[in-house]
Write a protein of this length. Sequence first.
Length: 310
Amino acid sequence: MRFRSDPAQIRGSIAPVVTPFTAEGALDTDSLRALVRWQLESGSHGVSIGGSTGEPSAQTIEERVTAMRVVAEELGDRVPFLPGTGAVTLQHTLELTDEAQKLGADLALVITPYYSRPTQEGLIAWYGAVANEFPDMPIVIYNVPSRTAVDIAPDTVAKLRRAHDNIVGIKETTKDFEHFSHVLHKCGRDFLMWSGIELLCLPLLSIGGIGFVSALANIAPAAVARMYELYVSGDHEGAIDLHYRLAPLVELLFVETNPAPAKHVLADLGRISSGYVRPPLIEPTPAGLEKIAKLRAEAADLLIPSGVTA
């Protein structure tokens, strides 16, 4: 929790790791520990679990807490820890956020409530309840309308930011890049913003974003971290080159529903014991596997298991 007092330190590539399961579907904590160690070895600037890539809606609260505990133990406060603590009910969101705070997480990443399609006023009440319950815990709004069927408006974010000192930032996973600018303009450029859209990660840095929480870091952690480092060091051409070199792997992630393609690649690399995804997701189909193999071959040099490739 050494980053909790100054969330602005939490910059760069925050890897939203998958939640590994055994071939029989049980939580695989051994593979999860290995994944976190690999992220550290590869230079990721932080780790998250429990966001969309982690299949949270297919897990019990107890499983999610176990996964958070494993990640916290492996990180040992070496890099920031940003667990996703949002759930479909407010009660479960509060329970998960409480556990994250006790485990020493630096931020709580709280998704907009899914399925229920709340109004903007409902979102203000939802986030206000979380922020009021945990005044000492920095809260990051997680906006991902493609999965939740609700888009938190820039004005709503600004109202929440003004009302709650501990609402410190947002993970934007919308392809509407104008939305990014509107949020920063209304909230102030000291409001923290990370991108969750792979092909907008690099562009966000140019308008005041501080990093990204990209599923791509699951399979190419060193390259994604390196892209951020190149940009902030002033080597913008090098960062842009890496952005485009990574494009086939971005396409690979979404050949079928994320995280099934990423888990397939990780299992094939020997990073996790199984590519199992829980229902209603399925592992990649034969047609999907063919596309994944083709795209993987186009950027094979960026999938080297460890070390920086650029």
